[in-house]
Design a protein around this ligand. Structure first.
Ligand SMILES: [Ca+2]
Ligand SMILES: [Ca+2]
Length: 365
């Protein structure tokens, strides 16, 4: 490639982009020239181009005058272009230059359920992970650039998770396509999938969609094996309610366990008020019924569990957990009322020690 510089210092940046790849039928070669001085460019080209065009400084498309000779074509950047100039050395017949809109997502299906195809969809939490998604994408003026599809899962390339995607053309002009996504089995966690696909316009426009879903357990660290730097079980927050100056208590990782190595230990030592709680916020859905199960061990006094919704608008208590000599299973069911936040508490009243382990929360209906 030869370039002829003007007398002044100039910046020239030439970018040759193509949209199409395997999709030869709707292949589009774009040339972007960034120059701050007059410039003449020569490129190898076997056949003289049929319809060379450029976008001028006022965003209008104009015919580009080119000089073709023996396997190359050369042109001088017109004076009414400036800065960054978009050039189509051979505008294809199918290309609509008036296109300024991105494609639209017309339908969105997750495992055969139709959902609103708005830009961001939150599927919420479920024990069952979505496995298939399907999007119908349509562009009003140009074909969809089928190989422009980008799928990112949790900030990583989608294929790295063992998942796969495919673009199926629905019409001969490729203005509507079906994006089919198959998800591999993912970790029990919150996930975010971002999909983007462009049209094959002179300047590509992108349709984007983000889908969030979570298979994270309702309750974290219910086995109390994860211990923080402070020596206390991770994800649980412990305190003494109605604490008096003489309240003496202790919270931490228990050295007894129903399974694993650890449990949650809550100990009342002394004082006129011993209302001890360890809580964790839980993502409950109003109207749903849940079952809390677990094991406890307790020498004296009493324990129980509570669910608090909103600003104590809902305040449900489990049955009392009485002293037991060996690990004993308990189970408690409750229904979440219409609040936007919930906290579950494992509790202990009075002097003595309670250990909790293998605490599980599940949605039952
Ligand atoms: Ca478009
Ligand atoms: Ca444990």
């Amino acid at each position: 490639m030869k370039k002829t510089a003007g007398p002044l210092a100039m910046l020239l940046l030439l970018v040759l982009c193509s949209a199409g790849g395997a999709q030869q039928e709707f292949r589009l070669d774009r040339l972007i020239v960034c120059a701050s001085a007059p410039v003449t460019i020569s490129l190898p080209m076997e056949e003289p181009p049929a319809q060379p065009m450029y976008r001028d400084a006022s965003d209008k498309w104009q015919a580009l005058e080119v000089h073709a000779e023996q396997g190359s074509v050369s042109f001088t950047l017109p004076t009414n272009s400036r800065g960054r100039t978009l050039i189509l050395l051979d505008k294809p017949a199918w290309l609509d230059l008036s296109d300024v809109e991105p494609p639209t997502v017309e339908t969105f299906k997750v495992d055969d359920t139709k959902l609103d195809p708005s830009g961001t969809v939150d599927l919420g939490r479920s024990d069952i992970q979505p496995r298939e998604m399907e999007l119908l994408v349509r562009d009003a003026k140009n074909p969809i650039a089928e190989d422009s599809l980008s799928v990112i899962l949790d900030g990583r390339a989608f294929e790295a998770t063992g998942s796969s995607s495919e673009v199926v053309r629905l019409e001969r002009d490729a203005r509507s396509v079906l994006i089919q996504v198959k998800l591999a089995e993912l970790s029990q966690d919150a996930h975010k999938l971002t999909l983007a696909i462009a049209d094959a316009a002179a300047e590509p426009h992108w349709a984007k969609m983000t889908v969030a879903f979570s298979t994270a357990p309702l309750l974290r660290n219910g086995g109390f094996e994860e211990i923080g730097a402070d020596g206390k079980p991770v994800a649980w927050s412990c305190s003494a309610w109605s604490r008096k100056p003489d309240t003496e208590c202790e919270f931490g990782a228990g050295d007894k366990a129903h399974s694993g190595e650890r449990s949650l230990m809550i100990r009342g030592i002394g004082g006129s008020s011993l209302n001890l709680v360890c809580g964790q916020s839980v993502p409950l859905t109003p109207g749903k019924t849940y079952r809390l199960t677990g094991y406890y061990l307790q020498d004296e006094g009493s324990g129980h569990c509570s669910l608090i919704g909103g600003d104590k608008g809902q305040y449900d208590n489990s049955q009392t957990l009485t002293p037991v000599e060996d690990w004993t299973e308990f189970s408690w069911e409750f229904t979440a009322q219409d609040y936007d936040k919930f906290t579950l508490y494992l509790r202990r009243s009075g002097k003595g020690t309670i250990y909790y382990d293998d605490i599980k929360l599940e949605e039952i209906e």
